[in-house]
Design a protein around this ligand. Structure first.
Ligand code: ZN
Length: 311
């Protein structure tokens, strides 16, 4: 039994058009829509969850698609790049695929001894595919076009861009159990040994950097993973003791959550493994039907009418 932070749980970003977001992630990137639900705080908009077959923690990228939202900017105080892990030797496949679909990308480069290919989704959200130098044995979700030898396995890392790293480093190391692994220029790589994958947080220190604006095409928050709600509440106590404002435990249907803003300005969440995504539909059916939390089920007809139709 682990009472530690187990790397990344999920990352949540903001999109514009829902269909365009769905097409890009399921068809071009080849990840699975594991849950189609609504924003619990704004049930007139979708909340999409993409991941591997079961939506395992560490593979889940989620979106609030708000039609017509203005574009944000991934400057300081934001999570500025989402890193996916891909198999060794697959970046050539991805480069060609992104060319084919006219995805903004590249060039392929190296950091910390790993090849990576940066790219952007249709809303301008910054992502990268990395051929990880540590073994990644996670089983990828595959499609007709994106087979096992190329498919994303889940997260490699998240990058935070901050004016000053000091306060954030204290949260990562003193509370979350991460350690500084390496530094390249102004990029610092922190890693936890509590898990094998989705274990990296990179921090770029950019004191002169323009302050980011969280809106379309940027990340809304980064969620770290704990085993269950008992550990969640232990972390709540530790974080509150450090003087942070932290929310009470929130039921997100598929996990329990806490939120607090870390000193660098990024919204952090801690989320549990339990109960997972197969609570209201089977693994085979994940993502196929609109799932609503109990409080909105009686409003299903109006909600469905308001949501854009997906093809
Ligand atoms: Zn979240």
């Amino acid at each position: 039994m682990s009472n530690r932070i187990l790397g990344l749980h999920h990352i949540t970003a903001i999109a514009g058009n829902a269909q365009r977001n769905f097409d890009f992630y399921t068809r071009v990137l080849g990840v699975r829509l594991v849950k189609k639900t609504v924003n619990f705080d704004d049930p007139g908009t979708y909340h999409f969850y993409y991941g591997n077959e079961v939506g395992a923690p560490g593979t889940i990228l989620t979106f609030f698609p708000w039609e017509g939202i203005q574009s944000g900017y991934a400057g300081t105080g934001t999570a500025s790049e989402i890193g996916y892990s891909v198999p060794g030797g697959s970046l050539g496949f991805w480069k060609d695929r992104f060319d084919q679909y006219k995805v903004t990308q590249g060039p392929t480069a190296e950091r910390f001894g790993e090849l990576y290919l940066p790219f952007q989704d249709p809303d301008g959200l910054k992502l990268a595919l990395t051929e990880s130098k540590t073994p990644d044995t996670r089983k990828a979700w595959t499609t007709n076009d994106v087979k096992e030898e190329s498919a994303t396995k889940g997260f490699h890392s998240i990058t935070l861009t901050l004016k000053s790293i000091k306060g954030t480093v204290a949260v990562l190391t003193d509370i979350f159990g991460y350690k500084l692994l390496e530094q390249e220029g102004n990029r610092y790589r922190f890693v936890t040994d509590a898990v094998e994958n989705a274990a990296i947080v990179d921090i770029i220190e950019d004191p002169e950097g323009k302050i980011g604006q969280v809106a379309g095409g940027t990340n809304h928050h980064v969620a770290f993973r704990v085993q269950d709600d008992k550990v969640l509440m232990e972390f709540r106590e530790k974080i509150e003791k450090r003087g942070f404002n932290i929310t009470p435990k929130i039921d997100r249907n598929y996990f329990y959550s806490l939120y607090f803003r870390e000193p660098g300005g990024v919204l952090f969440e801690i989320a549990t493994d339990n109960p997972g995504f197969a609570t209201d539909e089977s693994v085979a059916e994940l993502g196929t039907n609109l799932r609503l939390p109990a409080q909105y089920e009686s409003m299903r007809k109006q909600i469905e009418k308001q949501l854009p139709v997906l093809h």
